[in-house]
Design a protein around this ligand. Sequence first.
Ligand code: XMP
Length: 177
Amino acid sequence: MSEVLYSANELEKVVADLAKAIAADFPDRQLLLLGLLKGCQPFLADLSRQLSRYQLDLAIDYLQVSSYIGTASCGRVTIKPVTVDESFCRQRHVLVVDDIFDTGLTLKEVMAWLKEKGAASVKSCVLLRKSGCSDEVLTPDYWGAIIPDAFVVGYGLDYNEQYRELPYIKILGADEQ
Ligand code: XMP
């Protein structure tokens, strides 16, 4: 059996609150939202719509990033830009948008990669943060909610490409793996 952690209505409120906090922190109003595929998709779409209330100068791009196979991290992060021109982030204020923060390895690698490519500033925003995750690697600048240290799916998060379409987030049941 699986347990719903965040309903669609609850997620809407979490994302609206995040957008409000982000908008207040970018006074020059220019921001490149950089989603990490594929898990960022519903979150990035909803976050950008919420941010549109605040008249920011927004651009959206993506990186294809992976480190998980099944429910386990393979400990190695691969990064592929979706935009062919790798100077897309040069001199830009970048907000990296990811679904979930676990060990922090993914964000650490992506943020270092962006700085190397010449981004003017790099901040990070995750929808979920697992409880008990260490601050040693890094701390995300924004997070929507803290969840138990369990494997979760839905709202973009998958188990071997399944469950991304769910409008809510639930803990993956042992009988669903
Ligand atoms: P790290 O450990 O690098 O992990 O912070 C972040 C990435 O790992 C994936 N991840 C999950 N995916 N349910 C998922 O569907 C989970 O509970 C989970 N925990 C980590 C995810 O791709 C994230 O970008």
